[in-house]
Design a protein around this ligand. Structure first.
Ligand code: 3UK
Length: 534
């Protein structure tokens, strides 16, 4: 079988074929040639088709056309190959906040037939060390602002041979090497099924897992969800908060805009106030961020309505119906919700703005199929809660990890989410399977209680868990962040408890409530409910 990889590490560490999910290529656009380099399709193609002058990337104080990005990535590809000794199949660690050079480095690695391993900016040496080891990473391109932790990790990982730093001006910087390098580069003729990225799971607990995705997978995610659910145009300006190291951000803020020939705004910091400012300054039209961010931003309704924003995508966590309603009221825009996973690369159940249903994530994205199954893997009738199982052109391939057998069963990807499908085929998220609370024999989904609490005006944010209880097995406990000016006393607790009882089935109400100043979240914006178990 053809491969351009001289370093065969990735191919050697794929899960055995019988442990891989079944892949679906029903849609005609998913029939790829044997040889495919996704950088050629997403970047070089635009220049070849005469669109090199169109704006591709914007950042504070900087604008790059497609031709500019091509030249930068070609030069960096030459640095990787000629100065740093990269051979196809080598893994390259990328480390930076979302900025234009990170995007150029990503394309440079892909062009050179390398495997890009982007890392979350906040990772510390210990976590980087485990990524370096799992991925047997040989090269690194690192923003000087994030050099410190990588240097500590690198000292203890001998496989990492070459590091170059960028966004600083020393003679040994990547920029200096870029100046000397040729602007021409012929992309390595990779196989469609050569691995091109390792995506590390945001991992709430335990040892991180590396998911392996091929060149054709990058194209599949561009051909499925954006084509049928987002429907962007070449005039759109994309913006958002997820890091490019998180596949939600990689797709939403780099691959999808480029596939559409549109432009993308890369922001190193994208907290809600900074995001709003950038939406205004850059005239953004398509926004990608997490549910909590929409909730916070919604208070700036007047300013948001003056921007050209037209499509807003929420993913990473369940979207509460109240947040959907709040955003619609504030901006007039119906949110597009979508569930994705690092293992699946991107979104596989979603809807467009005309088919949104409160409380539902949507229907399987064209190219994917989904079902709800019981513990034995049998499909359950509509209206029954079970585990979500999916198949599509993308799917889970953990690099040398026994947990492959838990995620992929009978050829289906099991995401670890409890779902229900209604009679019309809409999928309704319930909880992570490990966030289902069993109290006095009742099954209670933590997010449903959170949703009820959040409808109360005193509540800014909240998280619900099950805590051990002698009498009931578990009881529902809520951690609540109050809005400014609210009192955190026993009366407030009683008010919130009564409110939940009046909103959902009374047995779901939180028997315990604790007021806190903030909630633990991952760098991808996910609530870490397990950290609340003390
Ligand atoms: C949860 C959701 C309800 C769900 C991701 C879009 O989140 C992404 O990937 P991760 O590997 O986490 C996967 C898990 O997160 N989840 C994500 N989106 C939703 N739950 N509604 C949603 N809309 O538990 C899932 O199994 O960090 C999201 C695109 C790419 C991604 N990697």
């Amino acid at each position: 079988m053809y491969s351009a990889h001289m370093d065969t590490f990735a191919r050697d560490n794929l899960p055995p074929s019988e442990q891989q999910p079944q892949f679906l290529f029903d849609l005609p656009e998913l029939h790829y040639p044997e040889r495919l380099n996704c950088a050629t399709e997403l970047l070089d193609r635009h220049i070849r088709q005469g669109h090199g002058d169109r704006v591709c990337i914007r950042a504070p104080g900087l604008t790059w056309t497609y031709a500019d990005l091509l030249e930068k990535s070609n030069r960096i590809a030459n640095v990787l190959v000629h100065d740093m000794g990269l051979v196809p199949g080598n893994r390259v660690l990328l480390r930076a906040p979302n900025n234009p050079l990170l995007a150029a480095c990503w394309f440079a690695v892909i062009k050179a037939g390398g495997i890009a391993v982007a890392t979350m900016p906040l990772l510390r040496a210990k976590e980087l060390k485990s990524i370096l080891n799992i991925g047997q990473i040989t090269h690194a391109l690192c923003d000087a602002a994030l050099a410190e932790e990588l240097q500590i990790a690198a000292k203890e990982t001998p496989v990492l041979r070459k590091i170059r730093h960028f966004n600083y001006s020393g003679p040994d910087s990547l920029e200096a090497a870029i100046e000397r390098a040729s602007p021409e580069f012929e992309n390595i003729d990779t196989a469609a099924d050569d691995t091109c990225i390792l995506g590390f799971t945001s991992g709430t607990t335990g040892v991180p897992k590396a998911t392996m995705h091929f060149h054709r997978d990058m194209m599949s995610i561009c051909h499925c969800w954006p084509t049928y659910n987002l429907r962007p145009t070449a005039d759109d300006v994309f913006i958002g908060s997820p890091p490019l190291a998180f596949t939600f951000g990689l797709g939403g803020l780099l691959l999808f805009p480029m596939h559409a020939g549109a432009s993308t705004v890369l922001l190193e910091k994208a907290s809600p106030p900074l995001l709003l400012e950038a939406i205004q300054n850059f005239g953004a039209t398509v926004l990608f961020t997490a549910p909590t961010s929409y909730r916070t931003l919604a208070v700036r309704a007047v300013e948001l309505r003056r921007t050209p924003l037209r499509k807003c995508v929420s993913a990473g966590e369940a979207l509460p119906s109240s947040t959907r309603a709040l955003w619609k009221q504030a901006t007039g825009i119906e949110l597009i919700d979508g569930i994705g996973a690092t293992e699946m690369l991107h979104i596989f159940i979603s809807h467009d703005e005309t088919n949104a249903r409160p409380g539902a994530t949507g229907k399987p994205v064209p190219g994917y199929r989904a079902k709800v199954v019981d513990a034995e893997g049998h499909e359950v009738p509509p209206g029954t809660i079970g585990q979500l199982a999916v198949q599509g052109p993308t799917g889970c391939r953990y690099l040398a990890d026994s947990r492959q057998k838990a995620y992929v069963q009978h050829g289906w990807n099991l995401t670890g989410d409890a779902y229900l499908m209604d009679a019309e085929g809409y999928f309704f998220y319930q909880a992570r399977t490990d966030d289902m609370i069993i109290s006095s024999g009742y099954n209670i989904a933590a997010p449903e209680v959170e949703e009820a609490l959040m409808q109360h005006p005193a509540v800014a944010e909240c998280a619900v868990i099950g805590v051990a209880d002698d009498e009931r097995g578990q009881i529902v406990k809520a951690f609540v962040v109050l809005r400014p000016g609210q009192t955190d006393d026993a009366l407030q607790k009683k008010t919130l408890q009564d409110f939940v009882k009046a909103t959902v089935a009374p047995y779901k109400y939180p028997r315990a409530i604790e007021f806190v100043n903030n909630l633990p979240r991952t760098q991808t914006g996910k609530l870490q409910r397990f950290k609340l178990h003390t």
